[in-house]
Design a protein around this ligand. Sequence first.
Ligand SMILES: [Zn+2]
Length: 289
Amino acid sequence: MRLETTKVITFTFGFLECVIAAPSSGLAERADITKRLAPSFGQWNTNIDNLKHKAQAAFYDAIILARTVHTKPNTEKWDKIFPKYFQLSEKVGVEKIFATISGAKKKMPNNPYNGLDDGVYDGSDLFKKVTVVNSPVLPERECEAPNYEDRMLAWLQNMDEDRAVIRFCPRGLKYPTQDETKCSDLDNEVSGKMSTIGGIMLHEMTHFAVIGKANIGVDIIHYDDPGYGPLNTRTFNSPNRVPYSNADQFRWFAQEYYWTITCNKDFADPVKNDDYLKCKDGGSNCVAM
Ligand SMILES: [Zn+2]
């Protein structure tokens, strides 16, 4: 997934100055999340899709997922769900990452969460350093690449010290927002029906070095099929794995906890690995992000 850095820097610089903090529309109901923290959506190619509002909603939904995990409305349920995805030795680092994403403490870029809350959870200042696009820029690991065509939901590429580019793929943009998902839509067990576009964005945020690596000292990566999905993240969580290593652990932990709180319901363990969209070939592993 190496990116030709110079190419994208040029590409990014081409529009960055004029689009930072561009106010978003249609998100008034999420006014508690400060708009000045929004990433840049400067060059949304409407020839590809007209779904910029979905990518914006993903950003806000990811912060709401992180805020729910960070503020722990029910600590008993939190303590029950956490060990399904993480080792207890990872708890402090995982909490720092969710705190950073939720913006629990206002802080300078490159400055890891210091454990102090200011009571405002409206998203990290670091998101000003993210540019979101919907056009192809990553030749080998692009949404349209033959190996990924029916699987890639989104990707994040770290650029320099504290900046990143995120692309939402057409498949990822088909995922629902949290508002579009009702408790009655969900299964009795943890399943792909819990997946939201906010979860995809949360997964990508953990790859952002100033959020992941800055808090725990190592890059949060992914392990392709064995590490994606509701069932595989559960089996991936063994004491022998590399600590903090799999981005989808964060997505599924947050999604399960969020829906447990939101629906006031305890979900049974997952029985299959299907994500929100069914695979074309009927298999269960058809996401990449
Ligand atoms: Zn990933």
